[in-house]
Design a protein around this ligand. Structure first.
Ligand SMILES: [Mg+2]
Length: 371
């Protein structure tokens, strides 16, 4: 089968409540979807959340990039993972960067190929190793008391993995809040971590890690700017707490560089940063080889399409010891027919061919915005 038509669709979806990060407050989800149709009449879907502070791409730029690439890729065969690689190689030849935009096309190609061959995407990526994963729950209400209440409520619902958002306040105040949340969650086999989203400089981050050294954090993500590898390495040397890279990872080479410089013990892998599902899977294989830990993540906030993509990756990668961050639950509504299976703080990998989801096109058009 050949690619017949690649259509980018910008959507805007309401969120349950705004989520505050160190540099931004996300109030509604602005995502780029791709509807890819083959000459056999098979339709595959892909999605990328817009994350300008992370990828440099806006909703409008993603739609423009997909629109630019579409005529260059239409007509190419899409019968195997090798064909998908060839399509993406051509996309990289014609357009540098724009990984989030490219990831929407790559995800849609995997979905279409899976539907055409009757295989779930995780099988196309090497096989299913697990079919249910714990969801890493974000904790960031703005106060220690609010965080503790939220964490306890989520723990009672069955959540076993928590991420405290820091980098917003003074490092010692954030450390105090982190220690309180960790203490409140103690008892039980929980994964606890913190994420500063580049909010601090190395001195501030070092003050934080030293103050939370015994709190029980499995890792601390992106304490300093993504391109400050020396700062990352300094923070990594300053305490026993393991350091994760997120905003600093945009390629397999970035992963190697962090490892070589002692700048991270693991990383958060996202399709929007690495350019698709296969690059994320390749990065996870490299992590395994280098002894680095893996977190898989959606960006705030993805529909069932992008979320299914992350879940198929979570099924296929060697290990996902640093959890799976999903954002679907922050949306008021979704564009898929049957909601994904979220229960007791865990998510199930959707079964069935392709991404294992059915997209409600009428809903897609309802949330579509003109770009
Ligand atoms: Mg992060």
């Amino acid at each position: 089968m050949k690619i017949k038509h690649i259509e980018p669709i910008a959507v805007n979806l309401p969120m349950v409540k705004p989520v505050k990060m160190s540099f931004e407050e996300v109030k509604s989800a602005n995502n780029a979807l791709v509807r890819l149709e083959t000459d056999d009449g098979i339709v595959g879907w892909g999605e990328a959340a817009s994350a300008p502070t992370m990828t440099g791409e806006t909703l409008a730029s993603m739609v423009a990039a997909v629109r630019y690439l579409a005529p260059l890729l239409e007509g190419m065969p899409a019968d195997s993972p090798g064909d998908i690689a060839a399509v993406m190689s051509r996309a990289h030849c014609y357009l540098y960067g724009n990984h989030a935009a490219k990831s929407t096309i790559e995800m849609a190609l995997h979905d279409a190929l899976g539907r055409a061959t009757g295989k779930p995407v995780c099988e196309l990526l090497g096989g299913k190793r697990r079919d249910r994963v714990p969801v890493l729950r974000l904790i960031g209400t703005g106060s220690a008391a609010g965080d503790i209440e939220e964490a306890k409520r989520k723990k009672a619902e069955g959540y076993v993995a928590f991420k405290v958002k820091v980098g917003v306040a003074d490092p010692l105040a954030d450390a105090e809040r982190t220690r309180k949340v960790c203490a409140a969650l103690r008892n039980g086999d929980l994964l606890l971590c913190a994420d500063a989203n580049q909010g601090w400089n190395a001195e501030q981050a070092i003050a934080y890690v030293r103050a939370v050294e015994d709190a029980g954090l499995a890792f601390f993500e992106q304490p300093v700017a993504g391109d400050d590898l020396e700062g990352m390495a300094r923070v990594a040397r300053a305490s026993r707490i393991r350091i994760g890279a997120d905003e600093g990872l945009h390629s397999i080479e970035d992963l190697r560089r962090h490892h070589e410089r002692g700048a991270a013990h693991g990383g958060s892998l996202k399709t929007i940063k690495l350019g698709g599902m296969k690059p994320v899977h390749d990065a996870a294989l490299l992590c395994e080889e280098l002894g680095m830990q893996v977190n898989l993540a959606s960006k705030m906030a993805e529909t069932g399409i992008g979320t299914a993509g992350v879940l198929h990756l979570a099924a296929a990668v060697p290990s996902v010891n640093w959890g799976v961050s999903l954002t679907n639950q922050y949306l008021v509504d979704d564009v898929i027919v049957r909601p994904l299976d979220f229960s007791n703080g865990h998510a199930r990998v959707p079964a069935g061919p392709g991404l294992g989801i059915e997209v409600d096109e009428a809903k897609v058009r309802r949330y579509a915005v003109e770009r």
